[in-house]
Design a binder for this molecule. Structure first.
Ligand SMILES: [Fe+2]
Ligand SMILES: [Fe+2]
Length: 181
């Protein structure tokens, strides 16, 4: 658990210099305007959607390396798992049942972004995106890589909710991040 917490904190301080292999896997998508636009959306509390995704992608990448899985596909699929372009807190009727529908939106957006940039999504990457909300969406992930991202997403979401549950916790966490940079 300590190790996971360390990796989670590290996911706030990623750079091309220190995490080259991770960026080698995700660079094609990471610098697109579409992906960078996720910086404007909030996921939980003060944590942006882009930071949520970076945490899920980085932890999934590190764990999949340890488990001898396809770590590049894991990182790329995780990077696209929440690729939706709206704020789900917005009370717009079209955002209703966000939890059920956004894996489908993310997959559609990921396919479009791939086509636009002459990239191809593998079956594993598509499954990571489409099945990450299991068990809310009832069909389970098909690959070890997609099961891993599904679990890491829940871990990261729980961390975010805890960090943002009080001002004191949030200040402490972001203070530690600042110190470690
Ligand atoms: Fe999601
Ligand atoms: Fe997520």
């Amino acid at each position: 658990m300590k190790r996971l917490q360390h990796l989670y904190k590290k996911s706030f301080c990623l750079s091309e210099e220190t995490d080259k292999e991770f960026f080698d896997c995700v660079r094609d998508y990471y610098y697109t305007q579409e992906f960078q636009s996720l910086d404007k959306s909030i996921q939980h509390g003060s944590i942006t959607l882009i930071q949520h995704i970076k945490s899920v992608a980085y932890l999934s990448y590190r764990i999949s390396k340890k488990l001898n899985l396809d770590f590049c596909k894991t990182a790329r699929g995780a990077l696209l798992h929440d690729l939706f372009y709206y704020d789900w807190h917005d009370p717009d009727p079209s955002h209703r049942l966000h939890g059920y529908f956004h894996p489908g939106f993310a997959l559609k957006n990921a396919r479009e972004l791939s086509a636009k940039n002459n990239l191809e999504l593998s079956e594993i990457e598509e499954n990571i995106i489409y099945r990450h909300m299991f068990p809310l969406t009832v069909i389970p992930p098909k690959y070890k890589e997609s099961l891993l991202v599904c679990l890491v997403d829940k871990y990261v979401a729980t961390k975010e909710i805890i960090i943002c549950s009080s001002e004191k916790r949030s200040k402490k966490f972001f203070g530690e991040i600042k110190e470690s940079k």
